[in-house]
Design a protein around this ligand. Structure first.
Ligand code: SAH
Length: 244
């Protein structure tokens, strides 16, 4: 079993899809299902569609926010059928699975799936280090949720970690998604305090900065140092404002 890999489903409308996902996961040796505000769960339909993977449904963690579902994860991949306007690093399924498996050696990782009708919002995608898109018919690119989980779960099943990156990450306590989120909030607030960021238009620059820091994969000590720098800059600004 791949115990460090979470499958996260956001706002799933149809309980049958949750059941199909549980079945696909169990078939492919995944067992940690997180549900963010499911429309209808627990449900007899989910149990029936899981065809015997109901143990996995019973252990599913129901969360009220995506943040809660990602707490403790140091590497997060989102899924998207479409070519988004958002420019964010995208991986192919095979590459994505190898990367998730190798990152899962160092700690918890998550693969996030969107709503049946509208997928994931840009804000949700920005919480991810990478996006993965399953190659499909450009004129009919959106797979059923259960089918999308099946394809990526299969790739996770057959993926083998690349030894090099595993040893590179060994011994580093990488910052988790929640720690990075607090850091980004602190960074944004500091840039507003310093009047570097236009408070009415913060998203563009913050998006670039998120991409940059996600690429760097800071560990917990590094994030603490950066937050110390931010606090110092905020303190300096405050004492200047007071004329100290
Ligand atoms: N209309 C939505 C598609 C939702 S399909 C949109 O445009 O985004 C429901 C979910 O299944 C998606 O959020 C995604 O998690 C997954 N999915 C469907 N097709 C996919 C594909 N080709 N690649 C990756 N994920 C896909």
């Amino acid at each position: 079993m791949k115990t460090n890999i979470r499958i996260v489903l956001i706002n799933t409308s149809h309980p049958g899809n949750i059941g199909a996902v549980a079945r696909a996961m169990k078939n492919m040796c995944l067992e940690r299902l997180y549900l963010v505000e499911p429309n209808d769960f627990p449900s007899a339909e989910a149990t029936s569609r899981s065809s015997g993977a109901d143990d996995l449904l019973a252990r599913a963690v129901v969360c009220s926010t995506l943040e809660e579902a990602l707490a403790g994860c140091h590497f997060v991949v989102g899924t998207s059928a479409r070519n988004r306007s958002l420019s964010w690093p995208v991986m192919a399924p095979r590459e994505c699975a190898a990367r998730l498996v190798e990152e899962s050696v160092a700690g918890e990782v998550a693969l996030v799936f969107g709503r049946e009708d509208s997928g994931m919002t840009n804000e949700e995608l920005e919480r991810c280090h990478y996006l993965v898109s399953i190659p499909s018919n450009p004129d009919f690119s959106s797979l059923n949720l259960g089918a999308a989980v099946q394809v990526l779960a299969y790739e996770l099943m057959v993926a083998t970690p690349l030894a090099k990156s595993v040893s590179e990450e060994e011994g580093r306590d990488l910052a988790t998604a929640d720690e990075m989120e607090s850091f980004f909030l602190h960074l944004e607030q500091t840039l507003v305090d310093l009047e570097f960021l236009d408070n009415s238009q913060p998203r563009r620059l913050m998006r670039r900065l998120r991409r940059f820091f996600n690429r760097a994969r800071p560990d917990q000590t590094e994030v603490n140092i950066l937050r110390g720098v931010l606090a110092a800059a905020q303190g300096r600004k405050l004492s200047r404002a007071k004329g100290v």
